[in-house]
Design a protein around this ligand. Sequence first.
Ligand code: MF3
Ligand code: CO
Ligand code: CO
Length: 257
Amino acid sequence: MNIHLKSADDIAKMRVAGRLAADVLEMIGPHVQPGISTGELDRICHQYIVEEQAAIPAPLNYNGFPKSICTSVNHVICHGIPSDGKILKSGDIVNIDITVIKDGFHGDTSKMFCVGEVADHARRLIRVTQECLYRAIGIVKPGITLGDIGHVIQQHGEGHNYSIVREYCGHGIGRIFHEDPQVLHWGSPGTGTPVQEGMTFTIEPMLNAGTRYTKLSRQDGWTVTTKDRRLSAQWEHTLAVTASGCEVLTLRSDESM
Ligand code: MF3
Ligand code: CO
Ligand code: CO
């Protein structure tokens, strides 16, 4: 394992990248309405990132990913590819995942959006998944372990009878999009890598309404769905570990911590 601890200067740059990624989620919110395609959402975000932010959309061409954002609708867990043929309709839930590169550093964040009128059971899945992220963020400080983070998420999610996706995880982030360590969303207290000041990583729990099992599309090589085709939700923030806790680098104005 090769964890890149960040200097104060590095974290200042990551704060900028994180702010920009959060701004994209705030900008796109009003566009997420019945009738819009995920391809159109991608074009709006791409244009905003490139033209207004003078930043780079990290997903575009990353390991061959063909678009600038990920849009994961309903039973899609993550890495959904935007397309003009995928039209959002009332009742859909969609995760939009934004990663930008600014001044060499990445900011990575995602949130769930409700399209039109969404059923209570879906809203509850979305809420509990966000609570998992917030509870995990709430314990991050030097001296805890990554297993502590996973445990908090697993306890809260499974405590509400949801399952936790295991094949995909949070990750170290900096000049490199996905670097060490892997941040699992399940685990046991006191196990795994100790958290240290200067670490920057994401936490991005994915919770399923049904079983935890996933399926990777053989058609496009990217889209990850629930095996049982029941709903999935995800929320993501990028954090920097400070002396006494952590700073959420991708905080939006609708959030407080
Ligand atoms: N943003 C995703 C993450 O949270 C990764 C997307 S990789 C892509 O780590 F290639 F699918 F864009
Ligand atoms: Co991420
Ligand atoms: Co992401």
